[in-house]
Structures are given as C-alpha cells and as structure tokens.
Design a protein around this ligand. Structure first.
Ligand SMILES: Cc1cc2nc3c(=O)[nH]c(=O)nc-3n(C[C@H](O)[C@H](O)[C@H](O)COP(=O)(O)O)c2cc1C
Length: 487
C-alpha cells in the first residue's frame, strides 16, 4: 500500500461512495462554508467542488473538503475496512509508529509540473473559501502541511498551522513558539536569517492527519511512510533545501523574516474552540514561488463546529491523538492502560496497580509535547467504565470522585493560546511562547487509602454491585418471556 496522490484518493473515496462532486457554481464567499457546515452536521460525504465563482479561469479551480470527516474515511486512509473500530485503528497506528519508513528523495515529481515565480504569483488564484463571517481574510491553511527544516540538523517538521492570504504573495500566520516550527524559527531568529517555509496542499490523506498530530517518537515523513507502508517520495523546494511531497497538488514556498518589526495583523479566525481566535500582529510569509500539478485540487476544512458536527481534525484526532497519548504513557512505563480517548478531554481507562497511578499518568502527559495543545483535562477511570459513553463517565465521577482530593489543578502554565477561558494576556503566544494554561486531573479511580481490600467483599475494595440478577433468574425470565405478554 504505497503513498498515493490526492487524486487517487478521490477515486477511492468515490468508488466507496464517500465522495460527492459539486458541479453547480458555488460562491467561495460564505456559500461553500454553509454547505460544508451542513454536511459536517450530517456526517456526510467528502465534497469535491468543481465550479467555484471567480475561479472559472484561475490555475486552481477545485477544492476538496471533508476527506477525513468520518471514522470510515480515517480507516480507509490506513488501508483498513470502513467499519474498523477506533480501538483497532489506535492499535494499528501504534504498531506502525514503531516501524518508521524513511522517505525517498527524488529529483523531480508531479508537483513541479508548473512553477510560478515573481510577479506571476497570486495566491487569490486558489479557491480559498471565506470560512466564517468575521474571519480576517480567506484562510488558506485549514488542511495542509507546513514544512520547515532545523537549520542545525536538517531535521524536518510538518505541522498544520493556520494562515490567511494577506496579499497576492503574502500570508499571515499563527506561529506559536512552543510548536514544532516555533523551535526552528527561534534558531533562525538567533542567526538573524529568514526561515524558509513550504505550505503543502493536497497529498495522500495521511499527510493532513500527521501534520495535525504532535508526534513524539517519530518524524512526520517517517510516520506517513509507516502508515502507508511505503516511503514518502519527496522533492526539494525551488527556493530552499526544504523537502516536500513530490505528489503534492500545490506547494507554496516562502520565507518568514526574523524581525518582529515585519509582523502584520493576522486574525480573527473561527477556531476549533467554537470561538474566533484573536487578531494580533504576527509573522508574515513572503511567498517567492508556487509549484503545482496540472489542474490541481486544493484542500480545505471547516473549523469551529457546533456540538455534534465532525470535521477532519475531530475524526482523525480520535485515532491519531489517542495513539500518540498511549505511546507517551508507554514510553513512561506506565502499566495497565486498557483504553483511551485523547480529545477534547484525555480519558484513560486503567487496571490500577498502585495508588499514585492516575497522577503519574497526568504528570507524564503534562511533561510531554502533548501538553502544548492538548490534555487540559485528564480523567483516569477504572476498568469497568465505558470511556466512549457519557453516562458511564458521569457515573464514574459520581461514584469514585471525592471533590476535595481527587480533582487536582496543576499550574503548568502551558497549553493552547486559543483557550478562550484564559485572559487575553495569558493567550498571548508572542509574550509567553504558548498559552499560559493550567491543567486539571480528575482521578476517578478507587482511592486505595479509603478503600482497602475487604475479604467479606470477595477481596474487592467496594461493596458488591447489585446491577446483575442471578443467572438462573435471567434464564427463567428469558424462557418465559413470551408468556408475560409484555412485547
Ligand atoms: C485545521 C487546524 C489548524 C491549526 N492551526 C494551528 C495554528 O495556527 N497554530 C498552531 O500552533 N497549531 C495549529 N494547529 C494544531 C497543530 O497542527 C498541532 O498542534 C500539531 O501537532 C502541530 O505540529 P507540531 O507538533 O509538529 O508542531 C491546527 C490544527 C488544525 C487541525
């Protein structure tokens, strides 16, 4: 199962009944967002927009949205049947993360079919929707990969970071210093040199979901290779040594000045929190080259969801973030993990083997990269809890949590700067490098101090449960069910 192009993915999605082509003319200015919002609410198909107003004659005319906005499509990305369950996908992803596949570097690739430089560059040729009414521009980076390179080691980072078109050859970005590219940018700033950057749109679907995941044990290109079980073909950018996928639809190359005096207003943008992220003076990408395939397909995704809607990051994070969080716990040798979900709350189900286990889990997550954007609320539960069921989780809190002892606030001062609960000062990523977010642990495991094992309870810590009838009674009722005349 080799690395495949976006257009091959379109064919697969179409043959699986997971894609609709929208051939009627639609407006980028609000209408596309309205359509996507409705389709995300219905958990509907991926949408390929083929006829977009003002883009009848631009070099890019097509937009794919929702390639991953359903669990079935995440499973397809991993080469699995559509009905593969979340725990099975998490297990598979963790196995693949342990078998990195290095990329291969080619001299040329389809992404070089067209090369645009200088005055010919015009980002407005790309059919970028206006995603929310109050967005401070057309947000081009909503499902992409932003590639940068460590100037000392050559190590690459691929992240998904928002960007708005702010001119024909300019983009404003939210560059958070605590994120992968933030580390690279700090090094370029110390050298006083502009940082080369490449924005990649449209690729194998594993590209987007790896870009949006804070990988801890493996590089993004190796992870994509591992998922697809074949090396990612890469080519060098035209204007820097940054390596990008050879089969990408579009690559926008540019640089970010190290000088804060070059920053311009960016934002607001309708964020995953459901609120607009703030506008501020932020770094700017000066675009100096665009390469693209013939008749390229641009990629986008709607952020800022109502409850019950599922977009691309929500569907993929349900699997990818869970795998990453599990790996962090395993790397810290924490035993007894049975199941977990990673976002928006990080909920871990364990077979408890020592008293401080829940606190150790929280400490491990807050001590890892995961804390930069995730794990604001960590909840640890016993093995009898169904972590995929709200009522089961509520019952766990009700039963096991002492509000004085088991709800623990930790002053980490590190987390998402998009957290609207923070004061505007604490959200200022330029002042603090990230959001100054504190963290919460809900330890819903049995407190061994209060509840020693009792012989009279069959060597258990809590009284016997009363939720089951005797097996012989269950059998009797089943055998006489028709006689009762209840159904
Ligand atoms: C649609 C989308 C937009 C995002 N925008 C940003 C952003 O503007 N800045 C940021 O730091 N993280 C953003 N994130 C989160 C990062 O992609 C995520 O934290 C990822 O792990 C970053 O890669 P890194 O760990 O290599 O830094 C976004 C995620 C998604 C799904």
């Amino acid at each position: 199962m080799a690395f495949i192009s976006l257009r091959e993915w379109v064919d697969i999605l179409e043959s699986e009944g997971e894609l609709r082509r929208v051939k009627n003319k639609v407006d980028w200015n609000g209408e596309i967002a309205g359509i996507v919002s409705r389709v995300y609410a219905q958990r509907g198909p991926a949408l390929l927009f083929e006829n977009i107003k003002d883009h009848e004659n631009t070099w890019c005319q097509k937009l794919l949205v929702g390639g991953l906005s359903k669990k079935s499509r995440v499973a397809l990305t991993m080469g699995m049947p559509k009905n593969t369950t979340q725990p099975e996908l998490v297990k598979l992803l963790r196995k693949r993360f342990k078998e990195p596949v290095p990329p291969e570097i080619l001299d040329n690739g389809p992404v070089k079919e067209n090369i645009i430089r200088g005055d010919d560059i015009d980002l407005f040729q790309i059919p970028v929707p206006l995603w929310h009414p109050l967005d401070g521009g057309r947000y081009i980076n909503t499902w992409c990969g932003v590639v940068t390179m460590d100037p000392d080691t050559g190590e690459h980072n691929v992240g998904m970071y928002r960007a708005a078109i702010s001119g024909k050859s300019k983009m404003g970005v939210l560059l958070i210093p605590a994120q992968g590219w933030g580390g690279h940018y700090a090094k370029y700033q110390r050298m006083g040199k502009p940082m080369p950057v490449a924005m990649v749109y449209g690729c194998d679907l594993s590209f987007g979901f790896m870009a949006a995941t804070p990988l801890t044990s493996i590089n993004e290109y190796e992870a994509m290779g591992a998922i697809r079980q074949g090396p990612v073909p890469l080519v060098k950018c035209e204007t820097s040594d940054v390596l990008v996928p050879a089969i990408a639809e579009i690559v926008v190359e540019g640089t970010i000045s190290p000088d804060p005096a070059s920053y311009e207003m960016e934002g607001p943008f309708g964020e995953w929190t459901g609120y607009y992220g703030t506008a501020a003076k932020r770094p700017v990408v000066q675009v100096d080259c665009i390469t693209h395939r013939n008749d390229p397909i641009y990629r986008g995704n709607l952020e800022g969801l109502k409850t019950g809607m599922v977009n691309e990051d929500a569907a993929s994070a349900y699997v990818t973030m869970s795998a990453v969080v599990w790996d962090v716990l395993e790397a810290n040798s924490i035993p007894g993990i049975i199941d977990l979900v990673a976002a928006p709350w990080t909920i871990v189900k364990i077979r408890k083997t020592y008293q401080g286990q829940a606190r150790q889990i929280a400490a491990a997550l807050w001590g890892s990269r995961v804390a930069v954007n995730f794990a604001k609320t960590v909840m640890v539960v016993e093995e009898d809890v169904d972590i995929h069921s709200l009522s089961s989780l509520q019952l766990a809190v009700q039963t096991y949590v002492d509000p004085i002892k088991d709800v623990i606030a930790f002053p980490l001062q590190l987390g998402s700067s998009l957290d609207v609960n923070l004061s505007s000062e604490d959200r200022n990523e330029l002042l603090y490098g990230a959001g100054r977010q504190n963290k919460l642990l809900i330890d819903a495991t049995i407190d061994w101090e209060k509840h020693p094992v009792r012989e009279e309870w069959g060597n258990r810590r809590l009284p016997p449960t009363c939720t089951e009838q005797l097996p012989e009674i269950e059998e009797l009722v089943a055998s006489r069910w028709q006689e009762y005349g209840i159904d």
